[in-house]
Ligand binder design. Structure first.
Ligand code: ZN
Length: 227
């Protein structure tokens, strides 16, 4: 029996990954990390979706220790989300070590469940600001987990080379475009669905959706060529 653990935030990307996993694996478990996000709606959204999509289990892990250490616009209400990059070239929503911590914990959960894969919606195509979303990081992390736990563990990144329009096509491929559009939370201002419409996450999401809706057949063909 095939088993996977999906790192699940309740956003567009991880929800699309979860839906795909439910179509590809016999047993799918979801794990959501509570690190004191700006908006606890994110956790509530993930909980609701996990229930609705009928995952085998949904774990919400308290990792607020990350919030204590890592200072970012996503972990401090006093820091507004900026469209400008910081002096080090990273967006101010970057949370240092976040994916290192999340993938380590998801890897431990996979180990306990006997799952062969950990699936994460990271992507380096569209939003290249985060170093811990790069393919080279994922490969290094997989190697660290496999060596550290002395077993095979695949870190699967279905969205790594997709742009946002193609990610929408992937949701549509599994007849879930409306679910992802209306029920997921990507907005940095904590508004479900199409969001506030002005933060960087909303702009990226809306542009991708428009690009997909403008040329459904074309984008779907690009997606099929990549998967
Ligand atoms: Zn927004």
């Amino acid at each position: 029996m095939s088993k996977a653990v999906v790192v699940f935030s309740g956003g567009q990307d991880s929800t699309t990954c979860l839906i795909q996993a439910l179509n590809q694996y016999d047993e799918v478990h979801a794990v959501t990390f509570d690190y004191g996000q700006r908006h606890s709606e994110e956790i509530a959204t993930a909980e609701k979706l996990a229930k609705q999509l009928k995952v085998a289990s949904h774990k919400i892990l308290d990792v607020t220790v990350l919030n204590e250490l890592a200072i970012s616009a996503l972990t401090r209400d006093a820091i507004p989300v900026s469209n400008e990059l910081m002096d080090n070239g990273l967006p101010n929503t970057f949370v240092p070590g976040r994916n290192i911590l999340f993938l380590t914990l998801a890897g431990i959960y996979a180990y306990q469940l006997g799952a062969e894969s950990v699936i994460t919606g990271v992507c380096e195509t569209d939003f290249s600001g985060y170093p811990d979303c790069r393919d080279s990081f994922i490969k290094a992390m997989q190697s660290a987990l496999e060596q550290g736990m002395d077993r095979e563990l695949k870190l699967v990144t279905p969205l790594m080379w997709l742009n946002k329009a193609q990610t929408w096509a992937l949701a549509d491929k599994y007849y879930s475009l409306e679910l992802v559009r209306d029920q997921t939370l990507t907005c940095y201002n904590g508004i479900v669905g199409s969001g506030c419409g002005t933060c960087p996450a909303c702009l990226l999401r809306a542009k991708g959706l428009n690009d997909y809706l403008d040329d459904k057949a074309g984008v779907m063909a690009e997606l099929d060529a990549k998967c």
